[in-house]
Write a protein that binds this ligand. Structure first.
Ligand code: ARG
Length: 467
């Protein structure tokens, strides 16, 4: 077994003893950082080109190295890559295999480079690509929300604060509230991508490289926007990974809030919406059950996303200068958080597109007390100070409640008992549609404000309105 470990000795002759197999196992990250193979090969190709310009590699050697690396890429792609027990991580695995394929020329590739700047480069490149992969799925979910908003402009339901009936809103307005939080997430992933796009390669182990490598050219070739300015910082900086995890955790928080409301709305008690059966699961015991599992998982997996962010924050806290092996713990939370979000987003898009609304159930909940604010607003328009109006109306609500009648059944004499200046025909004021329509200020419930909002939503998605 130990022979295998000695097969490719990364540390040269530094140690006389072979490493304990359990230490080797503990130390190894190949099982998970194999996901960086594309990025490792891409950054090695760019590095090799850089080495030609400083005279370390000839054109011929470059060609041999490039062909060797492409052969390895194909082996990974076609799942033919044979890891060796000595492959501590993806970087050693690729170098070991290159040696096997092209011989001693492979040994020149690591000139002026350390795994410390290599892993930072590969990981940044991976996060950049992960952001690119996530963005279309976030945009599609936003698109699904927007489609449902446009189709539900006239559907009215109670709006809630403290999960209590507050004021009437439209379905479009409600669903767009979740659209906007996702739009902020979209912006966050674009910003994380920019944060990640700083090239560490050329920082060596911590002190830079003594070969006059054109780092800028490597950055451009790999799609980085700039190069790092301090080699010590460059090999230790994992801010981009934290920012990525934060963006994922916050997106999870947004999705969990949305999911929680849909779970409630889908319950028998609310009955505002019905999930398509393709998005529910049955119970092994209770034949009547249709469970909203995808929404519960969106809610539940958010715990995991927050956990990954916390885990990396704690790993990074108090780390001494430059690279420490603790940093190897940065990858698994990032990979898992990405996988979690990637599996959730398309399911939520489908769930939203197939959801059935039940406007009658929503309308049944539109009790007149939802319009209590409209009565105070009307009194204010007639010159009553707001605080006083609020007192009168809250008393009217209590009177109606005590009598067990709807608010709009109170008559003029009932109101006059509360205050002699409280003169109003409540049946005139208490109209849901005019209440919605009164809120014309941008961001409000009126149809004109909603049209403006929908237009802005299309613009936020980078599209022109379909209407
Ligand atoms: N597998 C390591 C990681 O993921 C690569 C860097 C190792 N560097 C070192 N000096 N041991 O962080």
């Amino acid at each position: 077994m130990n022979d295998g470990f000695q097969h490719f000795n990364l540390w040269g002759e530094r140690t006389s003893k072979s490493i304990d197999p359990l230490v080797m196992k503990l130390n190894a990250s190949f099982a998970f950082d194999v996901r960086l193979y594309q990025e490792d090969i891409d950054s090695s190709l760019a590095w090799a080109r850089g080495l030609v310009l400083v005279g370390v590699l000839s054109q011929k050697e470059l060609l041999t190295i490039c062909q060797g690396l492409e052969t390895i890429r194909l082996e990974f792609l076609e799942e033919r890559f044979n890891p060796s027990p000595s492959d501590e991580d993806i970087h050693t695995a690729v170098e070991r295999r290159l040696m096997e394929i092209i011989g001693p020329t492979a040994g020149k590739l690591h000139t002026g480079r350390s795994r410390n700047d290599q892993v930072a480069t590969d990981f940044r490149l991976w996060v950049m690509r992960a952001c690119d992969a996530l963005l279309p799925t976030i945009i599609d979910l936003c698109q699904a929300l927007l489609e449902r908003a446009e189709a539900g402009r006239e559907v009215v339901l109670p709006g809630y604060t403290h999960l209590q009936h507050a004021q009437p809103i439209t379905w479009a307005h409600w669903i767009l509230s979740h659209f906007w939080s996702l739009i902020r997430d979209k912006g966050r992933f674009a910003a994380v991508r920019d944060s990640a796009a700083i090239l560490p390669l050329g920082s060596g182990a911590l002190a830079g490289t003594s070969f006059p490598i054109n780092r800028q050219a490597i950055a451009e070739e790999l799609g980085f926007k700039a190069i790092s300015q301090n080699s010590i910082d460059a090999v230790a900086d994992r801010d981009f990974a934290l920012e990525f995890l934060f963006a994922l955790a916050l997106m999870g928080v947004h999705l969990s809030r949305f999911s929680e409301m849909l779970i409630l709305f889908n319950s028998r008690e609310f009955g505002f919406v019905e999930l398509d059966e393709a998005y529910t699961t049955g119970s092994s015991l209770m034949p009547q059950k249709k469970n909203p599992d995808p929404l519960e998982l969106a809610r539940g997996k958010t715990g995991r996303l927050i956990g990954h962010l916390t885990s990396l924050l704690v790993t990074l806290k108090s780390l001494p200068s430059a690279y420490d092996k603790d940093l190897q713990e940065d990858k698994e939370p990032v990979f898992d958080a990405f996988d979690t979000a990637s599996s959730l987003l398309p399911v939520l898009s489908g769930l939203i597109r197939t959801l059935t609304l039940n406007p009658n159930r929503m309308a049944a909940q539109l009790e007149p007390a939802l319009l209590a604010t409209d009565i105070t607003d009307e009194l204010v328009r007639r010159g009553v100070p707001f605080r006083e109006a609020h007192r009168w109306v809250s008393r009217a609500v209590r009177v109606a409640e005590e009598r067990g009648v709807p608010l709009n059944s109170l008559q003029q004499e009932d109101l006059r008992l509360i205050n002699e200046r409280f003169e109003m025909d409540l049946s005139q004021v208490l109209d849901i549609h005019s209440s919605l329509e009164k809120r014309t200020a941008s961001g409000g419930t009126s149809q004109s404000a909603l049209s403006t909002q929908i237009l802005a939503a299309h613009q936020a998605l980078g599209r022109s309105s379909s209407k």
